[in-house]
Design a binder for this molecule. Structure first.
Ligand SMILES: O=C[C@H](O)COP(=O)(O)O
Length: 249
């Protein structure tokens, strides 16, 4: 049985006070669920978020990290720093990091290795652009992203990998992949992992869908057999919406 996960990626939203308000609402409204529920506030508010959620089952995770432990990397945050405030899960490879900050598969392979080395869990994001889908190259592209960043991992490393398929054309656009498109890609991802490793390993990997998941479409998307939850952007900034999505899992 794979872990069901609903993770809220707050991106560059919510200052300190707004963070406190939203976390308090989320803690109060969290429904009874067997799913893992996670939130990724901005770096400056992570420590406070950990403190505020110490009595909640909601996990606080990070949006990004550098591959080095420390050093001359102005503006960056390392895995040991995250560990030191009680964070053990990090989102890597988000399409906004790839598009606006030039993150490549090669760099992401180093980040993934660094996170795993520090016993962190990684939510690894990947997905095609609209042109890739229009030209029918989306399967090829997705496979290459997995191969380049993750296929040097040992089978055991995958115990700490969660995948988040996010078609770039569906992020923040209001346009969602149809539940069938999501299922088709998730099944393909599981097949690619089966071919590289084995079916048993592939069956254990939680594969989240991300891209305009809202209370109104979450249930249908989550009903697909290879969709194990969601990475939620905009709707994670509104407590009732996020919790409605948690209810839908
Ligand atoms: O990390 C979350 C994804 O980028 C999805 O964002 P969205 O739900 O605002 O489309």
């Amino acid at each position: 049985m794979r872990n069901k996960i609903v993770a809220g990626n707050w991106k560059m939203n919510k200052d300190r006070e707004e963070t406190e308000v939203l976390l308090a609402e989320l803690a109060a409204k969290l429904p009874d669920t067997t799913a893992e529920v996670m939130v990724a506030p901005t770096f400056v508010n992570l420590q406070e978020a950990v403190r505020l959620l110490e009595n909640s089952t909601i996990q606080v995770i990070a949006q990004n990290m550098h591959y080095a432990d420390n050093g001359a990397f102005t503006g960056e945050i390392s895995a040991p720093m995250l560990n030191s405030i009680g964070i053990d899960t990090v989102i890597l490879g988000h399409s906004e990091r790839r598009a606006y900050f030039g993150e490549t598969d090669e760099l992401l392979a180093k980040k993934v290795a660094a996170a795993l080395e520090k016993n962190m869990r990684v939510i690894f994001c990947f997905g095609e652009e609209l042109e890739d889908r229009k030209s029918g190259k989306h399967f090829e592209l997705v496979e290459s992203q997995l191969r380049n960043a993750l296929f040097n991992l040992e089978a055991d490393d995958w115990n700490r990998i969660v995948l988040a398929y996010e078609p770039v054309w569906a992020i923040g656009t209001g346009e969602t992949a149809s539940p069938e498109q999501a299922q088709e890609m998730h099944a393909f991802i599981r097949k690619v992992i089966t071919d590289k490793y084995n079916g048993e390993l592939a069956e254990k990997i939680s594969i989240l869908y991300g891209g305009s998941v809202k209370p109104g479409n979450a249930k249908e998307i989550f009903s697909k057999p290879d969709v194990d939850g969601g990475l939620i952007g905009g709707a994670s900034l509104v407590a009732d919406d996020f919790m409605a999505i948690v209810e839908a899992i």
